[in-house]
Every structure is written in structure tokens, then in C-alpha cells.
Design a protein around this ligand. Structure first.
Ligand code: C2E
Ligand code: MG
Ligand code: MG
Ligand code: MG
Length: 271
């Protein structure tokens, strides 16, 4: 009996793996079609001054207008795009569209933030290609900001550092995305040219009526350290007035989140 059960288990496991493999293959072929047929588009979420509500920039967020499944967010396809090597092409399409739309969206000031994937950041020609794209759209460096995560800085750090330094020299500053989810010290991360620190949403969520917890103390310390190092801080994922007020009281002036504005296509922000 034991043997039978064992064999049965193996079969189930196999079927499961097989189904996943088929799903991945299907998604991969759909992603190729999506690139060819231009189904990707940027949504833009405002980055807001918490005191006045003024918009200082927008983060471009990838969306896939899927022909049958509707509008999909990156959580539903980005890991497969990374696995099958399509991420660079998708990222590049996003950069092209974001820069084109930035020329309209930021005509009166402000900047567009774009998320860069790990593979893309390690391309030796990224700086050159981005500068060409900016020129083609009549933008200057300060109208673009790149968002990178801690993990991307730790792999091939010298190559990444050189790219970020070249970009910064041309006015394209970098933001450290999702800060607080990794384990590196800010003093090490600060050896990279990072203008902005984006405080991960998990910190902001924890603040809610945090009478006894430590998150208030942690966030206050992070904000103070970042500012002492000359970085600006953007709080991610502000959903409640309480969070907004608490964050402001801790000395953080910039934020993003559903309370302030949800991501939407460019046309929405031109009204
Ligand atoms: P991220 O860069 O940290 O972006 C913030 C995410 O939080 C976005 O999810 C945004 O829609 C969501 N968000 C904003 N405010 C709130 C809030 O108040 N509450 C909650 N619960 N969520 C909020 P999204 O658009 O699903 O993107 C997920 C991640 O996918 C991004 O995280 C980024 O890492 C990645 N991503 C997005 N666009 C691109 C892209 O063009 N290229 C690459 N390589 N990655 C991208
Ligand atoms: Mg981001
Ligand atoms: Mg983020
Ligand atoms: Mg995040």
C-alpha cells in the first residue's frame, strides 16, 4: 500500500509540474504576441508633496492590456517574463512609451520614475540608450528618474555603480525602491549614487495606530538617517489619513499611495 501511495504521489507531482510548464509556455508565447502587437502600456501614479498635495512626478507602472483577460498588473506576468528573457524587451517598450508620454505629462515640470529590471541595469549600454531616448523625446536628464532595488546593487556592484554615476552626471537620478525589505545597511547603499529612498509600503502599513509597536521609531530613524546622508524620502503605499499624518510628523514630505492617487493612464492626469 505504501508503495502504491508513493507512486500515486509521484504522478500527482508530475502532473502539477507539467501543468505549470504548460502555463509558463503559454504565457511566454502570449508575452511575445503582446510585444509584437503593442499590448503593454504605462499607468502613472503621482508622487505627491504631503503638505500641499502638489504633484512632483509620476511613477510609470507596467500594465498589459490582455486581449481576453483584461488589464493585468506586473504581479501576473513579470516573473515569467524574467525567466524567459523577455523582460528587457518589455522594459524597453515601457521606457519608450514612458518617455514619449513624459514629454506631455511633464511639460510643466516634474519627472517620470521608471522601474529598471536587474538584467536591464547590467547592460553596459543602458546609459547611452537612455540618453538617446531622452534626446529623441526632447527631454533632459532631470525629467527622468530610475528606480532600482537593493538586490540589483549587490550583484556586479562596480558595473551598476558606473552606470548610475554616468546617469547622475547627465541629471538622471536614481531612487532606491522598496527600502526596508532587504538587509543591507544604508551606509553601504549610500556608496551608490542614490538621490531618493523609497520607504517600502510594509513600513507604512505597520504604522496604523501603532501604539506599542516599534515601527514609528524605525521609520523616524530611517528618515533621519536618509536625510543626514542627503537623500530625499518617498513613502510608498499611503492608504489612510492616519498614515499620511504620521509619516509627515516623522519628517517625510513626499508620498505615493491610494489615498493620494491611484495609478491611471496618462490621459487621466491631463484633465
Ligand atoms: P514598485 O515599483 O514598488 O511599485 C509600487 C507598487 O505598489 C505598484 O504595484 C503600485 O500600483 C502599488 N501601490 C501604489 N500605491 C499603493 C497603495 O496605496 N496600496 C497598495 N496596496 N499598493 C499600492 P504594481 O503596479 O502592481 O507593480 C508591482 C511591481 O512591479 C513594482 O513595484 C515594480 O517592482 C514592478 N514594475 C512595475 N512596472 C515595471 C516596469 O515597467 N518594469 C519593471 N522591470 N518592473 C516594473
Ligand atoms: Mg517602483
Ligand atoms: Mg516600490
Ligand atoms: Mg514596492
Amino acid at each position: 500500500r505504501a508503495k502504491e501511495t508513493g507512486r500515486h504521489r509521484v504522478v500527482l507531482f508530475d502532473e502539477c509540474l507539467q501543468k505549470r510548464a504548460v502555463d509558463v509556455l503559454l504565457l511566454e508565447s502570449e508575452l511575445r504576441t503582446a510585444l509584437a502587437e503593442d499590448q503593454f502600456l504605462p499607468y502613472f501614479q503621482p508622487i505627491v508633496r504631503l503638505d500641499s498635495g502638489a504633484v512632483v512626478g509620476y511613477e510609470a507602472l507596467l500594465r498589459w492590456q490582455h486581449p481576453t483577460r483584461g488589464l493585468l498588473g506586473p504581479g501576473e506576468f513579470l516573473s515569467v517574463a524574467e525567466e524567459c528573457g523577455l523582460i528587457e524587451a518589455i522594459d524597453w517598450r515601457m521606457f519608450e512609451l514612458s518617455c514619449k508620454q513624459a514629454a506631455v505629462l511633464c511639460a510643466g515640470g516634474g519627472h517620470i520614475n521608471i522601474n529598471v529590471s536587474a538584467r536591464h541595469l547590467r547592460r553596459p549600454d543602458l546609459h547611452e540608450r537612455l540618453m538617446e531616448l531622452l534626446r529623441a523625446n526632447g527631454l533632459n536628464g532631470s525629467q527622468l528618474m530610475v528606480e532600482v532595488t537593493e538586490g540589483m546593487l549587490l550583484e556586479q556592484p562596480e558595473l551598476v555603480r558606473a552606470t548610475l554615476e554616468k546617469l547622475a552626471a547627465d541629471g538622471v537620478h536614481a531612487a532606491l525602491d522598496d527600502f526596508g525589505t532587504g538587509y543591507s545597511s544604508l551606509s553601504y547603499l549610500h556608496t551608490f549614487p542614490l538621490r531618493v529612498l523609497k520607504l517600502d509600503r510594509s513600513f507604512v502599513t505597520e504604522l496604523d495606530r501603532d501604539g506599542r509597536g516599534n515601527s514609528t521609531a524605525v521609520v523616524t530613524a530611517v528618515v533621519q538617517l536618509a536625510r543626514a546622508l542627503g537623500m530625499e524620502v518617498i513613502a510608498e503605499g499611503i492608504e489612510t489619513e492616519y498614515q499620511r499624518d504620521a509619516i509627515t510628523a516623522m519628517g517625510c514630505w513626499l508620498g505615493q499611495g491610494y489615498l493620494l492617487a491611484r495609478p491611471a493612464p496618462m490621459a487621466h492626469w491631463l484633465k
